[in-house]
Design a binder for this molecule. Structure first.
Ligand code: GDG
Length: 500
């Protein structure tokens, strides 16, 4: 998988958070457990095999004992973890502030939610400098450095100031916005220049890559873009870098395998028996205004109003995972969702036990999550915009009976790969989403099988290991013609389909 790394090069991963979660034991000593998520699953084996280091924030404000705990966590693993210390003010201004009150809404096309506080930018620069300093102290020129996500866009530029020539690559997990939205950012030139200091910039979809390309072409005279495939070259003065699109996948095998665990099966059966004789519709989302939850609930209300035959025949289980509640908009969103759930349940609940929406607000165990995935007949994934959306892929991987339906927003990055077999919807079109719910409910089993089988094949073929491999190949390939555009690619300015 990692044969493309230079022979002596280690892998150095840099992300906002380390791949471990720290907590205090009863006697006050730090204990660690491996974090969950696809990135950790995909990169830890590469790190183990090549040797390397993962740099990130430990997630705790204290520093005493943390380094020792991180050392203990990686005894005999062949790689090390290096914590970046952040104080409360830095967490507020760098993480909650610049990253999550400016870049997150802006890059999801929600510019009116941005709080362009200049103090946030200053702290973002300082914290990125600190990550770069730790990186400089812990890497050498043969290493392959892979920086992740929107919290760390300045790291390469800061690293270059230390005269480092190391190969440094970046992957953006969230969308990149169109030019007319990106230009609202007061620090637009600084940020573009900083990104151009990477050797490879990876995006989730061709649409994000093309948005970035348009920003660069329009705002940076000195940049020349060349190539025609999925990976392009950019010349900036005497430097050449690359950019490409690499849709992130999941560890599909692991999901399929765990979905058939007897414990998961028993819980899925219990859910279905408690809500028998009806189709379960599932939503699983972090509490976030990008996930389109209020509009989704309105669409369900609309479906129940316009299609009375759905009464007592469908139940929406909406799981909301607590997230970023320290940011006022997230708290307000929670209130809005809960009011809507109450209203809709108040409007439609009837004697005999049918409650149209079951609302769950908490973290799920993995067994619970997989049981929901397995039990649900329909998944409703309707973000207003999403870099990829892993829930859509995880749901399909766990649909081992292959008789379920995915309703997917056309604005999720995942739509680029799954558009032919999911029911695609515009999440702003309440009646359109309601119609898709009705269509999914009525879809016959032959069509369900055919669609779900093809979805699962795509997700299995383009899994997380495929993603790591494609990214590393793009970083080191000598010939970029090895990355042609997909055969069914629709040109950006031709709205004949989804312009990915
Ligand atoms: C960002 C981008 C992009 C589910 N229940 C719990 C829980 N989950 C997991 C899911 C899934 C993940 O959370 C959510 O991933 P998404 O991709 O749906 O969304 P974001 O968190 O916004 O992720 C996104 C992704 O990065 C990867 O590049 O796809 O577009 O926004 O894996 O299984 N996680 C926890 N508790 C739960 O109860 N901690």
């Amino acid at each position: 998988m990692d044969t493309h790394l230079s022979p002596s090069g280690r892998l150095v991963v840099v992300s906002n958070r380390l791949p471990v979660v720290l907590a205090k034991d009863v006697d006050g000593t730090w204990v660690t457990r491996t974090g969950s998520g696809g990135l950790v699953t995909a990169l830890l084996p590469v790190l183990r095999h090549r040797g390397g280091i993962w740099i990130g924030w430990s997630g705790v404000n204290e520093v005493a004992g943390v380094d020792e705990a991180l050392e203990r966590a990686t005894d005999d693993t062949g790689y090390t973890l290096k914590g970046v210390a952040l104080n409360t003010e830095e967490v507020n201004k760098f993480y909650l502030g610049f990253s999550n009150e400016i870049i997150w809404p802006l890059f999801h096309d929600l510019q009116s939610l941005c709080n362009f506080d200049p103090a946030y930018w200053r702290t973002y620069c300082e914290v990125n400098r600190r990550y770069a300093k730790i990186l400089a102290d812990n890497s050498c020129k043969d290493d392959f450095i892979w920086v992740h996500d929107y919290h760390l866009m300045n790291v390469a530029a800061e690293l270059r100031l230390t005269q480092s020539r190391a190969h440094i690559a970046f992957f953006l997990h969230i969308p990149f916005p169109p030019l007319d939205i990106f230009v609202k950012l007061p620090w637009r030139f600084n940020l573009l220049r900083a990104l151009l200091e990477y050797d490879l910039i990876g995006f989730q979809t061709l649409r994000d890559q093309r948005n970035f390309e348009q920003c660069v072409r329009t705002l940076m005279d000195e940049v020349c873009v060349s190539g025609q495939g999925q990976v392009l070259s950019l010349r900036v003065g005497d430097r050449v870098l690359r950019m490409g699109s690499f849709p992130i996948g999941i560890d599909s095998n692991a999901f399929e395998k765990h979905a058939i665990d007897p414990e998961v099966g028993a819980m899925a059966e219990l859910l279905n028996s408690q809500l028998s004789n009806r189709q379960l519709i599932l939503g699983v989302d972090r509490l976030d205004y990008t996930k389109g939850l209020p509009l989704r609930l309105e669409a369900l209300r609309n479906a129940l109003q316009r299609y009375p035959e759905l009464h007592q025949r469908i139940t929406l289980i909406q799981v909301v995972i607590p997230s970023r509640e320290d940011i006022p908009q997230y708290f307000d969103l929670k209130m809005r969702i809960e009011r809507l759930v109450g209203e809709i349940n108040g409007q439609f609940t009837r004697p005999g036990g049918w409650v149209p929406i079951h609302y769950v607000f908490r973290n799920l165990t993995r067994v619970e999550l997989l049981a929901y995935y397995r039990a649900a007949h329909i998944a409703l994934v309707t973000p207003l915009k999403d870099g990829m959306n892993l829930v859509a892929k995880e749901y399909c991987a766990c649909s081992v009976e292959e008789d379920s339906v995915l309703i997917l927003s056309e604005f999720a990055g995942a739509a680029a790969q799954l558009q032919n077999d999911a029911l695609l919807v515009n999440p702003y079109d309440i009646e359109g989403v309601a119609d898709a719910i009705y269509h999914a409910y009525n879809m016959d089993v032959t069509e369900r099988y055919a669609r779900m089988r093809r979805l699962r094949t795509t997700i299995r073929e383009q899994d997380i290991f495929w993603w790591v491999d494609a990214y590393l190949r793009a970083a080191f390939a000598t010939d970029l013609s090895a990355f042609p555009l997909p055969e069914d690619f629709v040109p950006h300015d031709d709205f004949a389909g989804i312009p990915y």
